[in-house]
Design a protein around this ligand. Structure first.
Ligand SMILES: [Zn+2]
Length: 412
């Protein structure tokens, strides 16, 4: 077999394997950094910026083998100065160039489809460095809790225990955040092992309300408080009073970035807890349009932080997500007899001539569940509302109760 054939073969095999796997991103923190190591990392991000901007300022340079580039010109004021790339590994340099190429290709495609796209611009900060090949650009030492990154050295890390032993480790990204340095490791877990986590053995409908509320068809209501903290507002006010370009301003801005990072973390944790809880059910039914509500609720930053869109997250992490068409009326319909009602936003309870009286969001969650499973009202639950079982209550308290920003209440 030639080399090209071998590569094609292994790609084919990977593709087959991925069908029974789901990607999960693990965040690992680099810790106990010595001053020298912290300097090296800082330098790496600086060099990554230099290389990126050097490539962007003349795209012809992408034709050169990026792994061989070791001097770049950097614009300092109005003049160009030469800089040596000393801490970036050759593979990493290649990956920075490849990532830029990918972005350009994506932009060209958008343009082709009639979207308005701008030019790729130089960056003020680069805060992520791709580490594509596990075993080459980086490797993990689980026994000693260390990560080794090509040319940058070995670092003590926190969080490797999150990665299950049977995970297939793929690429990673070295990330610089206000709170420190991290690597985001993508690993593939087999979906068959995820199936065993369904404990409750029942199906659930989810209604995504406005103003960050979520109602399950079993009668569990969740509320989230994920607003900007008073400290964020205070810092913003302070920054407005400082002089542009001053030291004080940049110091305050760093503090503000840290505060935002905390908020993103909080949101992500809420999301994780909710998904972990929903995973206890056999089938989760939600209304298609409402996934948008999730994005609004958890914000765009979550997307940018590398865990991917929430929609795909919901689909990937739940075993059997079922969705109901966005145009299906769900809030207006009586769950028991399907009669349509005109409800105004202030009507919290739906009251039907058939005798059905129910909290409006719970009714919607029940209708979503019934429609998603394609059942008639009596097939769905019998004459009564489905019971909230003690294990459900326990799980809700255990999983959701551990997060201070989720308020759980039971409707029964
Ligand atoms: Zn009715």
């Amino acid at each position: 077999m030639t080399k090209a054939e071998r590569i094609k073969n292994s790609l084919q095999k990977t593709k087959e394997r991925r069908k029974t796997q789901r990607p999960v991103v693990f965040e690992i923190k680099l810790q106990n950094l010595s001053r020298r190591k912290a300097e090296t990392l800082k330098k790496a991000f600086l060099e990554a910026k230099w290389l990126y901007n050097w490539l962007v300022s003349d795209l012809e340079r992408l034709k050169l083998p990026a792994n061989k580039v070791d001097t770049v010109e950097v614009k300092v004021g109005d003049v160009f100065e030469e800089r040596q790339l000393v801490v970036l590994g050759s593979q990493i340099k290649q990956e920075i160039a490849d990532r830029l190429k990918d972005n350009l290709r994506a932009l060209a495609k958008l343009k082709q489809n009639g979207h308005k796209v701008g030019r790729v611009k130089p960056k003020k900060f680069v805060n992520s460095i791709p580490l594509k090949q596990y075993g080459v650009t980086y490797s993990l030492d689980f026994a000693r809790n260390r990560v080794r990154i090509q040319k940058l050295g070995s670092f003590r890390v926190l969080g490797l225990h999150q990665i299950p032993p049977d995970a297939e480790i793929a690429n990673a990204v070295l990330v610089s955040k206000p709170s420190g340095y991290y690597i985001h490791v993508t690993a593939y877990l087999s979906t068959t092992s995820a199936n065993s986590s369904c404990k409750l053995g029942k199906d659930i409908g989810v209604d995504f309300g406005v103003d960050s509320k979520l109602t399950l068809s079993s009668g569990i209501k969740m509320d989230f408080e994920l607003y900007e903290t008073p400290r964020i507002k205070k810092l913003q006010k302070k920054i407005a009073k400082t002089k542009k370009g001053s030291r004080n301003r940049s110091k305050l801005r760093h503090l503000l970035r840290r505060e935002y990072e905390k908020l993103v973390r909080r949101r992500k944790d809420v999301q994780n807890k909710v998904l972990a809880f929903l995973r206890q059910y056999r089938t989760v039914v939600f209304q298609e349009d409402c996934v948008k509500g999730w994005t609004a609720l958890f914000g765009r930053q979550v997307h940018a932080s590398g865990i991917g869109g929430l929609k795909s997250r919901l689909r990937n992490s739940l075993e059997v997500p079922v969705s109901v068409d966005r145009y299906e009326p769900t809030t207006q319909e009586c769950f028991a007899c399907r009669k349509k009602h005109k409800l105004s936003l202030s009507d919290r309870v739906i009251k039907c001539d058939c005798g059905w009286t129910c909290d409006r969001d719970l009714n919607a969650a029940l209708v979503i569940l019934r429609k998603g499973l394609g059942l008639s009202p009596d097939q769905a639950v019998g004459p009564d509302r489905p019971e909230l079982t003690p294990p459900e209550r326990e799980d809700a308290a255990r999983i959701l109760g551990s997060n201070p920003y989720i308020r759980v209440s039971f409707l029964q």
